[in-house]
Design a protein around this ligand. Structure first.
Ligand code: PDD
Length: 296
């Protein structure tokens, strides 16, 4: 998948081959930084305000000074798409670390943050969105501040790898049986036409897509209940799905050995997929529903 040449840094744009960091870089050595993954459809950002707000919230929480003021950040992110002539579906990965400095756990003085943001092609995972995916469960061993989109992703990496080794798409995380989220997405349970998900407390990432799911539910009169549920509740679920900027609204058909509901994507999940496509401005000829009809 193409990574486009022009990379935004803390100063300006550089060619991807010219991006160099010293050994002693705090993101590399401590995971001392934060990041965002922003979806792009047809050359335009989706949920950009939500991502920018969360970026600044994360930065403030870990006391990193963002190199750009918010308005400048918007301009630079637009410029990133323009310079690279992006017209299709892509994602922007942006990270900010505390900077380059001799290794010492405490914050360095007089050190500026390092920032880079690049664009990579990302076609939509339409087959999976249509068919649904399988998951495993993993103990959530992360710290208490998962609302910060921190670079420290080792527990998430290990959980996702465990899922990959079982041929699964995601790992559903739980703390002593209480479901929090997935390794890189939020998770929801549907029962009796109500959507349940873990409250947006400090121990989960407050997903940008999750914000939209809440709005879609309100709009459709579907109760959106921020109440945590347990692993045992999956037995009684009618539907389960996950969301993220890269997965959109993804039906979950299995959690470990358990088949959810009838083992196929449910009606509320489908409705939310439809609303997502509408909100993201997906052209009708690229809709998963159109593909579905074609396949039949
Ligand atoms: N992950 N929870 C976790 C732990 C995540 O890493 C993500 C996003 C989400 C969903 O957030 P959003 O709706 O804002 O994408 C929930 C991104 C895609 C990643 O790390 O690649």
């Amino acid at each position: 998948m193409t990574i486009y040449d022009h990379v935004l840094t803390e100063n300006d744009f550089v060619h991807q081959n010219d991006l160099r960091y010293p050994f002693e870089e705090r993101g590399l050595q401590f995971g001392d930084g934060i990041y965002e993954v922003i979806r792009v459809y047809g050359g335009s950002y989706y949920l950009i305000d939500e991502h920018v707000e969360r970026l600044y919230r994360s930065a403030e929480a870990v006391k990193i000074e963002v190199p750009y003021k918010k308005e400048q950040m918007y301009d630079q992110l637009d410029e990133l798409l323009n310079k690279n002539k992006i017209t299709g579906d892509a994602k922007v990965y942006l990270q900010i670390t505390r900077g380059s400095a001799p290794r010492d756990h405490a914050f360095p003085t007089n050190t500026d943050a390092n920032l880079y943001a690049y664009v990579k092609d990302l076609p939509r995972a339409t087959d999976k969105m249509l068919e649904g995916v399988e998951t495993i469960t993993q103990h959530d061993v992360r710290w208490d501040w998962c609302y910060i989109k921190s670079l420290n992703l080792l527990p998430n990496v290990l959980a996702k790898q465990a899922a990959a080794e079982k041929g699964c798409y995601e790992a559903v995380l739980h703390k002593d049986g209480e479901v929090t989220e997935c390794s890189s997405s939020n998770v929801y349970l549907v029962k009796d036409e109500k959507v349940y998900t873990h409250p947006a407390k400090k121990n989960i990432l407050h997903g940008c897509v999750r914000i939209r799911i809440e709005e879609f539910c309100k709009q459709e009169g579907i109760p959106f209940i921020e109440e945590s549920f347990c692993l045992e509740d999956f037995q009684y679920a009618d539907e389960v799905f996950l969301t993220s900027s890269t997965s959109e609204v993804m039906p979950i058909l299995k959690v470990d050995e358990l088949t959810i509901g009838e083992g196929k994507p449910g009606g509320i999940t489908r409705k939310l997929q439809e609303l997502y496509e509408e909100d993201a401005g997906i052209p009708a000829d690229q809709s998963i529903f159109k593909r579905n009809l074609k396949a039949q």
